[in-house]
Structures are given as C-alpha cells and as structure tokens.
Design a protein around this ligand. Structure first.
Ligand SMILES: [Cu+2]
Length: 355
C-alpha cells in the first residue's frame, strides 16, 4: 500500500513536470512577441557575416550627381558594406549603395542620358546596378562590377517617374534583402499639374528586413522588420535608413493647411505596400510618378514590390498623422511614420500619437 502511494506520488510529480515543460514550450513559441506585440528582432545572433565582411564597416560615401550637359548627367555610386541600425541597438551589416539602406535618392530629368559609374568597395563579391528608370540591355549595362573595381555604364532616362533601383547580382534576392535598393526619381519635363501649389515635398521608401544574410529566410520567411525611411532632394536635407524608430522619434513636420507631396517607393524585396496616411485622403495620385497616370481621391495606394507613386494631400488641422502601410501586420513590425502638423510648421514639442 505504501509502495503504491509512492508510485502515485511519483506519477503525479512527473505529470506536474511534464505540464511545466509543456507551458514552457508555449511561452517559448509566444516568445516572438512581447505583451505589446512587438516583434523580436531577427538579431542575427549566431549568424556571422561572410568572412571578408566581418570586420568591415565602411563609412558612407556621398552620392555624386553632376550635370555635364543640358540632357546629360554623371552619377557616381559605391557598393559597400556598412552597419545600419535597423532597430534600436540592433545593427545589420548591410550590403549597401553609398553606405545607406535604402541607398541615396538619385534625381535626374526626363530625357537625360545617365553616365553611371559604380565603384565596388566590397573586397569579396561582385555587385551591379539595375535602374528601373531606363531602357537598356541588362546583360550589357547592368553587368557585374568585380570586387575593388569600377564599372561605367550609359543609359537614357526617357520616362518620368518614381522608380526603384537595386543590385542585380545573383542571387538578386540576397543583394536586395541585405540592403542594396533605393529610389531614382526622373522629374517630368513639364512638371506635375500642382507644382505651383505644393508647400512641402517628402520622399518616403518602404523596405523589409529579415534574418541576417539568410537566403532561406529571405525566400520562405516573414520579414522581422518592415520599415520606412525618408530621403531628401537637398544635399543637407534629412536622410534616414530603413529603421523602426527614426520617423517616430523625430516626426516629419508640416504646417496647418499645407499641401503636401510625397514621392513614395516600395523596394520590398518581397512584400506589397498599402500606403495610407491616417486622417487624410490623397487628392491627386500619379501611379509610378508618371503625370499621365492620374487618379483622384484615393484612400490607400497599393505599391507592388518595386512600385512607386506621387501622392498629394492636404493637412487641415493641427495634430499627428500616422503614415502606415495598411497591412497592419507590417505596421506592427515598424512601418509607421508620424507627420506632425503644427500652426507654424515647427515642432511644438507636444506628444505625438502612435499607431
Ligand atoms: Cu550587390
């Protein structure tokens, strides 16, 4: 009898232990999100950069754009390895153009011939440039530039718009997902219809981040961060990398009544953007930034991977206006920016609304 009691006690304890282990597993599975639903960073722990990149963190190199003729422009960029803070205190050893991810915005004019130079500062692997803004034979003009070499290419930008650019070296997905993407804006020869009434312009880009340099996660996984960045037409204007915090900590600013234009581009690599500004309607939209593709009164603009648009809207009241992708699983992973509207157009120090 005593033996039986011991056995029952033992089995009971075993059951308790199994139960604990089970609930331990549950919490481990749920460990990807905390109480606020924040997605854990793909920290890259245990994932090493490829050997030649391990100690490399190349200083950003400014983009060079020089007009050399009425319809001719020289553009010089670098391919380089640079640490990018994509989530607070988490640095991604990104493969970049010019040390930014997304890379710097290239602005040319409709009808320009682009003399393009790519300096590959990566000591280990080739890189290349695929501009969506041009007509050319990719095999000739989007060709690989070998490590520590420089390549020159020439192609015309004949269509106006907001276009993606990216590295096209195989496997393309690795090069884009590791950070080699950006936007080239070809300004329309005759401008946009509302050029005279626009008060402020912003360039905003959406991209995703995954586990560090993990082609399997790039191919089959879910993004760990979906992010916005802002770029500027002015050399000393604001340029941020694609991260989860910059455009919340330091919002974009506008003044009550401003008519705002945003050049937007989704550089993926994999996901669609449902671009939306909370509290307003896009009065005028030009899909892919071509003045011919004019829509009016849109709530959300769908940007396929690589797609761009010009959107124009008015902010009628003081307050904070979240800018989101309306795919809220992605907003939750970082893709929220704040547009703060004040009486003066300066930051009034009042708290902003998060989303
Ligand atoms: Cu590349």
């Amino acid at each position: 009898m005593k033996k039986l009691a011991v056995w029952i006690g033992f089995l009971f304890l075993l059951g308790l232990f199994a139960g604990c282990a089970q609930s331990g597993n549950d919490s481990a599975e749920k460990g990807d999100t905390d109480a606020g639903g924040k997605v854990e960073a793909a920290s890259g722990e245990g994932v090493e950069a490829i050997k030649p990149h391990q100690d490399l963190n190349q200083e950003p190199v400014p983009l060079k754009v020089e007009r050399v003729g009425e319809n001719e422009v020289n553009v010089e960029m670098t391919a380089q390895i640079t640490d990018i803070e994509i989530e607070k205190d988490y640095f991604y050893k990104a493969w970049t153009f010019n040390g930014e991810a997304p890379g710097p915005v290239v602005v040319v004019e409709e009808g320009d011939m682009i003399n393009f130079t790519l300096k590959n500062m990566d000591p280990a692997i080739p890189h290349s440039m695929d501009f969506h803004a041009v007509h050319t034979a990719p095999s000739k003009n989007f060709a690989n530039v070998e490590p520590d070499e420089t390549g020159t290419f020439r192609f015309p930008a004949t269509k106006p718009g907001v276009f993606m650019y990216h590295c096209g070296t195989s496997p393309v997905l690795s090069h884009i997902a590791n950070g080699m993407h950006g936007t080239i804006i070809v300004k329309p020869k005759d401008g946009y219809p509302n050029d005279d009434v626009i008060d402020r312009e912003f360039i905003m880009i959406q991209n995703e981040w995954y586990k560090y340099n993990n082609l399997d996660d790039f191919s089959n996984g879910e993004p760990s961060q979906v992010v916005f960045s802002v770029k500027s037409f002015d050399e000393d204007g604001r340029n941020t990398n694609g991260d989860t915090f910059s455009l919340k900590d330091e919002p974009l600013l506008a003044k009550v009544g401003d008519r705002i234009r945003m050049y937007i581009n989704n550089v993926g690599p994999n996901e669609v953007s449902s671009f939306h500004v909370v509290g307003t309607i896009f009065d005028d939209v030009y899909m892919d930034g071509n003045p011919y593709n004019h829509f009016q009164g849109l709530q959300t603009v769908m940007l396929p991977a690589s797609g761009g648009a010009v959107v124009e809207f008015t902010v009628t009241e003081e307050g904070s206006y979240p800018i989101v992708t309306h795919q809220f699983n992605h907003a939750q992973k970082g893709a929220v920016a704040i547009l703060k509207v004040t009486e003066t157009g300066e930051d009034d120090g009042k708290a902003t609304m998060s989303h």
